[in-house]
Design a binder for this molecule. Structure first.
Ligand code: SAM
Ligand code: SF4
Length: 330
C-alpha cells in the first residue's frame, strides 16, 4: 500500500477496545462514556480485518486501546494474529499496555510470538501514579513488568511528560529503566479529546525543555536507531541505555509516516491528528469475501493526509481532534 505522498503503509495500530481500567488525567475524563458493546467489532471480525491488512503488506501490528488486555478473550485474537508471524507474512506483533493485567498474560503473550511490549508508566511515585491514573496501582504494574521480563519480553517504557507532575523525575526514570535493561521514551502531551477540568496547556511540557533538563545530568549522544516510529533516540552515555523523544508538537514527523490506525468499531484513521476516517465495518460485513473490504482499504489509503495540525497555545486550548487517544490508541 502506497499513499499519495509515496509513503509505504506497513504498520497498523489497532485499538481493540476503548475501555480501560485506568483513567489517566491527560487521556480520559473521569466519567467517560464508552461505546455500546453492539458497535464494537467481534474478535473474529478484528482478526479478519487485521489479516486483510497483513495480506496488503502490513508487516507490523500493534494492539492498543483503551487497555488492550482488559478486552475479554483478547488472547484468542493475539494467538490468531500470531499465526501470521509463523507464516512470515507479519514481522512483528506487539502491544502498548498500561501493564495492569500483564502478570496474568505475560507468558501467553510470549507464547503467541510477541517479543516486545510498550508499557506506559509516567511516574515511579505510588501516590502520584494513583492520582495520574485516577485509580491505578503501581505495585500491580510492577508485578506485571517482572512477569513480562521473566517471560523474555523486551520492554520499552513510555512516559508522557507532564509539567509540574513528572518533570522532576526524568533522571530517576532514566536510571530505573536503563538499570532494568528497558528503553525509555518520553512523549509530548497531545491535544486529543475533552478531559474535564485539567487543561492541556497546564500539562504541556515541550520536550525541548525536558531534554535540556536531562542534559544537565546526563550526556546524550544522538543515534540513528529507529523503530519505524516517530521517536528520535539518544544513547545516555552514563547508563548505556536508550532514550527516545516523541515530539509531535515541537517537531513534525509526518514525512516518514508509515502507519494507519484502526478502532474497535472498524473505523480507519489515516492520521492521528486529523478527523478524516474511513468506515471498514460496513464493507467487512457486506460480504464474506474480502473484495469489498479491499476496495475500501485502497480508497482509504488514497486519502491519507500529508500531516497533522496539532497545536497547543493560549489561543488553542481545546482539543485539536475531538476523539480521545483511547479511541485510536496513540
Ligand atoms: N492503555 C494503554 C497504555 O496506556 O499504554 C494503551 C493505550 S494509551 C491511549 C497509549 C499511549 O498513549 C500511552 O502511552 C499514553 O500515555 C499515551 N497517551 C494517552 N493520551 C495522550 C495524550 N493526550 N497525549 C500524548 N500521549 C497520550
Ligand atoms: Fe487507559 Fe492508557 Fe488512556 Fe491511561 S493512557 S487512561 S491506561 S488508555
Amino acid at each position: 500500500m502506497i499513499d499519495p505522498f509515496g509513503r509505504h503503509i506497513s504498520y497498523l495500530r489497532v485499538s481493540v477496545t476503548d475501555r480501560c481500567d485506568f483513567r489517566c488525567v491527560y487521556c480520559m475524563a473521569e466519567d467517560m462514556t464508552f461505546l455500546p458493546k453492539a458497535e464494537v467489532l467481534s474478535l473474529e471480525e478484528l482478526e479478519r480485518l487485521c489479516t486483510a491488512f497483513v495480506r496488503r503488506g502490513v508487516k507490523k501490528l500493534r494492539l492498543t486501546g483503551g487497555e488492550p488486555l482488559v478486552r475479554k478473550n483478547v488472547m484468542s485474537l493475539i494467538r490468531g494474529l500470531g499465526r501470521h508471524l509463523d507464516s512470515g507474512a507479519l514481522e512483528e506483533l506487539t502491544l502498548t499496555t498500561n501493564g495492569s493485567q500483564l502478570a496474568k498474560h505475560a507468558r501467553d503473550l510470549a507464547a503467541a510470538g510477541v517479543k516486545r511490549l510498550n508499557v506506559s508508566i509516567d511516574t515511579l511515585d505510588r501516590e502520584k501514579f494513583r492520582e495520574l491514573t485516577r485509580w491505578g496501582d503501581l505495585d500491580q504494574v510492577m508485578r506485571g513488568l517482572d512477569a513480562a521480563q521473566d517471560a523474555g519480553l523486551k520492554i520499552k517504557i513510555n512516559a508522557v511528560a507532564l509539567r509540574g507532575v513528572n518533570d522532576g523525575e526524568f533522571g530517576d526514570l532514566i536510571r530505573w529503566t536503563h538499570g532494568r535493561d528497558m528503553d525509555l521514551t518520553l512523549i509530548e502531551v497531545m491535544p486529543m479529546g475533552e478531559i474535564g477540568d485539567a487543561t492541556r496547556l497546564d500539562q504541556y511540557l515541550p520536550l525541548s525543555l525536558a531534554r535540556a533538563e536531562i542534559a544537565k545530568q546526563f550526556t546524550l549522544s544522538e543515534t540513528d536507531y529507529r523503530t519505524g516510529g516517530p521517536a528520535r533516540y539518544f544513547t545516555v552515555e552514563e547508563t548505556g541505555g536508550r532514550l527516545g523523544f516523541i515530539t509531535p508538537l515541537t517537531h513534525n514527523f509526518c514525512e516518514s509516516c508509515n502507519r494507519v490506525r484502526l478502532t474497535c468499531t472498524g473505523t480507519l484513521y489515516m492520521c492521528l491528528g486529523q478527523v478524516d476516517a474511513a468506515d471498514l465495518r460496513a464493507p467487512l460485513r457486506a460480504s464474506e469475501s474480502d473484495e469489498v473490504l479491499d476496495r475500501a482499504i485502497t480508497e482509504a489509503i488514497a486519502r491519507k493526509p500529508k500531516g497533522h495540525d496539532f497545536i497547543i497555545d493560549r489561543r488553542h486550548t481545546g482539543p485539536a481532534v475531538p476523539r480521545h487517544m483511547s479511541v485510536t490508541g496513540g
